[in-house]
Design a protein around this ligand. Structure first.
Ligand code: GLU
Length: 512
């Protein structure tokens, strides 16, 4: 295995990083780790208009939270920096000049108005305007203007862009590691802008130059970038870098939960399940999102879930730690067709991870939520509650929500269940029952179970009914873990109080 594998995750800091981005980062990371290679984070921030403050930090924190460690990055440094494209402006200038000098790119002086007119004209003829092979000889650029004219415009500071001169009649054949052979014909392609009027490179130029200079061996990114790859290949050719061109692997789209269309950033709110790793406070409410972390999803579960959005191990195994994923992952097992963002599967993964998580670890995660609710309990008590409730939790806050009665008085009783099980005549029996609880020593689940069951049998009471009433009395609901375990955790005094209080509540409910 070669350790010259160098892969990169190259997000643009334009806002919160969508779950698709995390998946791309994860797949890059898994392959790099597996091959003893290097995983690079490069920030593609050349589009100043779309730059969003805080987005780079969000990306870094989200990757850290997921356990996806980078080897080289703006913060960590490395031998191929800078890793922020905005700090590499001079590098791109040099390379764009090289393309102009070799005739592979040209200056275009068309103004925004010129281009708008062209676009309008094309629309009138029901066509889309494309700056390229078919019309570039008629437009305002260094292919049509005299050398002297071009020079004087450059000298007097006339704004210009630099465009790639797409060669005529060439085929571009990409052997994509996921999609197989993908062929483009150059007539389909436009002369992409490489350098904007503000002197900043476009994505295409910066991406290719950096992948080359950073010695990237594999470009693993979302399928939406596949069409751009044709231009990228042309750039590699134009620079004479084709023999060291990276291999491409375009990852399948992540589809909406109903399988219809691409998962969008708004879908989280729509389907009631986040699509971002961490919460994000955007400039507006519409641009603010809840994250998986805040929703109560464990990062280990998220990573496992994401790994399966587009990949499968080819076996029945579904639960994988990050290290196991590193071993099992392969490009060959990445699917071509879109991966449905199956919320139920995501919840299932989280449930599995909660069940198998160390209770102490879960307690640490829950502490801040307890604080928010001003619940003050000992570590010991919290651990017991988590042990009882974790089997039922889909997300972490469920432990506190479904088990709120461990931390405060019962808010509501399941009235239907009370009506079904409670009769005023049962009161006397319950007075005895209280005495029984008083005498129960030690107040453990096992001892309670034995004494209570013996009591019910002795008095020939209906076992199910009595236990349900007991359960309603101490938790208000019929759902929950073993009633004896719950009672033992709540403690004798609390259970006695609740049972006593419940008579009145039950009477009230049944009288209504
Ligand atoms: N900056 C691009 C993005 O935002 C990178 C695409 C690529 O990986 O080439 O996703």
């Amino acid at each position: 295995m070669s350790n010259s594998m160098r892969v990169r995750f190259a997000p643009s800091p334009t806002g919160a990083l969508h779950i698709g981005g995390i998946r791309t980062a994860l797949y890059n990371y898994l392959l790099a780790k597996q091959q003893g290679g290097t995983f690079i984070l490069r920030i593609e921030d050349t589009d100043q208009g779309r730059y969003v403050e805080g987005a780079e930090d969000y990306i870094t924190t989200a990757l850290e939270w997921c356990g996806i460690e980078v080897d080289e990055s703006p913060k960590k440094g490395g031998n191929y920096g800078p890793y922020r494209q905005s700090e590499r402006k001079d590098i791109y200038q040099k390379y764009v000049q090289q393309l102009v000098d070799s005739g592979r790119a040209y200056y275009a002086f068309d103004t925004a108005e010129d281009l708008a007119t062209q676009r309008k004209a094309a629309e009138t003829n029901k066509q889309t305007f494309k700056y390229g092979i078919a019309n570039r000889d008629t437009l305002n650029n260094s292919l049509t203007l005299s050398a002297a004219d071009v020079q004087s415009r450059l000298d007097d500071g006339t704004p210009y862009t630099v465009r790639l001169k797409v060669p005529e009649d060439e085929q571009i054949v990409i052997e994509d590691r996921v999609r197989g052979t993908v062929t483009f014909d150059t007539v389909e392609l436009d002369d992409k802008i490489l350098m904007k009027a503000d002197g900043m490179p476009t994505y295409h130029l910066a991406n290719v130059v950096d992948d080359h200079l950073m010695k990237i061996s594999h470009v693993i990114r979302g399928e939406e970038w596949l069409p751009s790859t044709a231009h990228h290949v042309l750039l590699y050719r134009a620079f004479n870098w084709e023999d060291t061109m990276p291999q491409f692997a375009h990852l399948p789209l992540i589809l909406k939960p109903n399988g219809k269309g691409k998962l969008s950033k708004r879908d989280g709110a729509k389907f009631g399940f986040p699509v971002f790793p961490l919460s994000w406070e955007g400039a507006t409410e519409a641009d603010s999102f809840q994250g998986f972390k805040e929703y109560g999803v464990l990062p280990t579960a998220l990573v496992n879930f994401l790994a399966f959005l587009g990949w499968n191990p080819g076996t029945e195994q579904e639960i994988f730690t990050l290290d196991e994923l590193v071993n099992a992952f392969s490009i060959e097992q990445i699917g071509k067709s879109g991966a449905r963002f199956d919320i139920d599967k995501g919840k299932w993964f989280n449930q599995q991870y909660i069940i198998h998580s160390d209770t102490k670890h879960l307690a640490t995660q829950l502490r801040p939520l307890l604080q928010e609710k001003s619940y003050e309990v000992s570590d010991d008590y919290l651990l017991k509650v988590i042990d009882l409730m974790k089997e039922r939790a889909v997300v972490l806050p469920d432990i506190l929500e479904q088990g709120y009665f461990f931390f405060e008085d019962i808010h509501t009783y399941d009235e239907k269940a009370v009506r079904k099980n409670w009769k005023v005549e049962l009161r006397t029996g319950f007075e005895y029952f209280l005495g029984l609880l008083d005498a129960a020593e030690p107040f453990t689940a096992e001892h309670l179970e034995n004494t209570i069951k013996a009591f019910i049998k002795d008095r020939e009471l209906p076992m199910g009914k009595v236990l349900q009433i007991f359960r309603l009395a101490i938790s208000g609901t019929l759902k929950g873990p073993s009633v004896f375990e719950m009672a033992a955790t709540l403690g004798k005094e609390e259970v006695r109080q609740r049972v006593k209080h419940s008579y009145m509540e039950f009477d009230k409910i049944t009288k209504e």
